[in-house]
Design a protein around this ligand. Structure first.
Ligand code: HEM
Length: 630
């Protein structure tokens, strides 16, 4: 070795390397050759390899059964139910919730309850199995050869290079930063007829895109720094853990804005002319804001007067429309309305145009349109907002509703005068509005923690009785669900029935991965805001992670941030409407005239409504106003 030009310490390294390799091989033989005996499991439940499927087979079966989907796109849980419930029922007539729970918990593979010692052994086994050692040995060998034959300088760079390569392997995997492609063409620009207009528009959108990108990348870096400061202060016991807890799915920016320093940073950025979005043309502003989650739009609005003026359409709407054509001239005052309209279109409109349950709800809203039209018009501004909302829904790509005539002749049936307000009211009320009356065994939908679940295939197999579920379905039942203390198995079972996911009520970071939120998430329909179709790609990866949609254990209902004022107002109104509706139900229908009780919900197009199931199991919808004025 010395003759070949190797230094003594290099020789020593090689010897140590070989010794480690041998030790690894020996240790692996000793420790990793263990196997579990099937006796360790309860054979009465699982059988053994001779008499029944092994636990691994069962896990695989369960995973497969959870993947099955029915014709309507929701996952079918039949195989799981068939295997678990009837078997129990036949073996013992007394099916208690506890035994069912045990069985569901056993059948559904629980990944997170592995013995920590096993985990430790496993990782030690991996370390000693030679995986990392091989990379290291190659790097050292490369280093030695290059040191001896090429020279010290190039050797150092080659070693660095090797370690960089190592960094990119699965052992030290680091994700590339999120990068967006510049906009090349927009739907609007493709529609434009003449070339010149198209070029101008294209230019405007490029300017908008670049301004937006620059704007938000600078926010990101500043937030990164202020995040760093927050973490440091937390480490040094800076007593602001409250702020950390406040992080919502869209809350990075908001979270940082809770910090005085970050708020100042943000204000400073807005004050810099170069990054001032308020100075851009209005269609560029619409494009930029349509890439943001609503919480950040609100945060922007709160920074200064220009931001508020740009985004608050509450007081500025003036109905400029002279004819009934439905086309509204674009004025500066309309920018806020258009921004909130584009956010509504991005986040919620598909529910009313593409989801059959939502379409039915919307058609119900429109059914009494004539009678509403005859009412005196309280506010001419409301008519304009309503027309915009309708155009959003009808313009939707896959819309099945033909409501253009309604738009052309519509007047005020919608109680709000601001698109921003409508956006937030809808985000709070969509659930009870869309699934109202869906409480029959054939069409049974239920709301849990902000999401909608299609339990039609499960309702008859529910261990807590079919009637209990039917009584609580057709509305949000989180409180009832939680008060029964459902097990983790029950929660997992529900995941497969999810029909609409509320991006704001999910925990994107449950698996410990990065949080996809705030200004970092540029993209037309960011997964963190609005409603997401359960088959969306962004969800596929995470939806089966416990805790992502429904909390793993008994918890308060999940709510979305920044809506305290609206939520509080709706809650007070709901209490009042419920009392009135119950009184009306008792007086007019009596105890036997209905199944369950009278339920109320807020129709964002018509205000408070109520529904009940009559004696013949038909759903009856009524306006609270119409019954209370009788
Ligand atoms: C998607 C929705 C639901 C699913 C998947 C579900 C599933 C289950 C399961 C698997 C059990 C057995 C016990 C356990 O594992 O915790 C159970 C029990 C029960 N559930 Fe549900 N459930 C749902 C919604 C509801 C709702 C909304 C109610 C309304 C009150 C309800 C009431 C009950 C009752 C009363 C029991 C029996 C509890 C006992 O005997 O201790 N469930 N449910």
């Amino acid at each position: 070795m010395l003759l070949l030009g190797f230094e003594p310490q290099d020789v020593l390294r090689v010897v140590v390397g070989i010794a480690l390799g041998l030790l690894t091989f020996y240790r692996r033989e000793l420790s990793c050759n263990r196997d579990y005996h099937p006796d360790e499991y309860d054979e009465t439940l699982f059988g053994n390899s001779e008499h029944g499927p092994s636990v691994h087979d069962r896990d695989r079966d369960t995973a497969n059964s959870l993947q099955l989907r029915d014709d309507h796109g929701s996952q079918s849980i039949d195989p799981l139910i068939e295997r678990v419930i009837p078997r129990r029922k036949s073996s013992s007539s007394l099916l208690t919730a506890a035994s069912y729970h045990e069985e569901v918990m056993d059948v559904i593979p629980e990944k997170n309850n592995e013995d920590p010692t096993e985990e430790l052994l496993e990782s030690a086994g991996f370390f000693l199995s030679g995986g990392p050692f091989l990379h290291m040995a190659i790097a050292v060998f490369h280093h030695l050869v290059v040191t001896s034959f090429i020279g010290t300088h190039s050797s150092v760079s080659s070693l660095l290079c090797w370690f960089t390569k190592l960094n990119n392997t699965h052992l030290f995997h680091s994700k590339a930063p999120h990068q967006e492609k510049p906009i090349t063409q927009t739907p609007e620009s493709s529609r434009a007829g003449d070339e010149e207009t198209e070029q101008t528009k294209h230019h405007v959108y490029s300017v908008a895109w670049n301004a937006g990108t620059e704007y938000f990348s600078s926010i990101s870096s500043k937030l990164d720094r202020s995040n760093g400061r927050i973490i440091n202060r937390q480490r040094s016991g800076g007593g602001i853990s409250r702020i950390k807890n406040r992080s919502k799915s869209t809350g990075n920016l908001q979270q940082c804005l809770s910090d005085d320093h970050s708020r100042a940073v943000f204000r400073e950025m807005v004050a810099m002319k170069k990054l001032d979005v308020t100075l851009l043309p209005s269609d560029a502003q619409v494009v930029i804001f349509s890439y943001l989650p609503p919480a950040d739009v609100l945060a922007f609005m709160c920074t200064n007067k220009a931001g508020k003026k740009l985004l608050d359409d509450g007081d500025t709407i003036v109905d400029e429309r002279g004819d009934d054509s439905g086309s509204v001239p674009l004025k500066n005052v309309d920018t806020a309305l258009l921004i909130w309209k584009s956010l509504f279109q991005r986040d919620y409109s598909w529910v009313l145009s593409d989801w059959d349950i939502g379409i039915e709800a919307f058609q119900r809203s429109m059914a009494n349109y004539e009678s509403y039209q005859q009412r005196p018009q309280p506010n001419p501004k409301a008519g304009k907002v309503f027309r915009h909302i309708l155009s959003t829904i009808v313009d939707s790509e896959h819309s099945t509703l033909q409501l253009r005539s309604v738009i052309a002749t519509s007047s005020s049936i919608h109680p709000t005068t601001s698109m921003k307000e409508f956006y937030f009211i809808f985000s709070e009320t969509w659930l009870n509005y869309t699934i109202a009356g869906c409480n029959s065994p054939e069409k049974c939908f239920i709301g849990l923690h902000g999401h909608v679940f299609n339990i039609s295939n499960f309702v008859e197999a529910h261990p807590g009785s079919t009637e209990t579920l039917l009584l609580q379905s057709g509305r949000d039942a989180t409180v009832f669900f939680e008060s029964m203390g459902h097990s983790l198995g029950a929660r997992r079972l529900a995941l497969g029935m999810c029909a609409v996911v509320n991006g704001e009520c999910t925990r994107w970071n449950v698996s410990g991965g990065e949080e996809l939120c705030g200004p970092f998430k540029l993209g037309a329909s960011g997964p963190t805001c609005g409603l997401i179709k359960p088959n969306s790609i962004s969800l596929d990866v995470k939806r089966n992670i416990p805790g992502f949609l429904i909390p793993r254990k008994r918890s308060m209902p999940r709510t979305q941030g920044a809506l305290h004022r609206i939520r509080e107002r709706l809650r007070r109104e709901e209490e009042f409407e419920l009392v009135n509706a119950a009184r009306w139900g008792n007086e007019s229908l009596g105890r036997n005239g209905m199944f369950g009780g009278v339920h109320v919900y807020y129709d964002p197009f018509r205000g408070w409504q109520m529904w009940y199931t009559d004696r013949d199991f038909n759903i009856v919808y009524l306006s609270t106003r119409s019954v209370c004025t009788k």
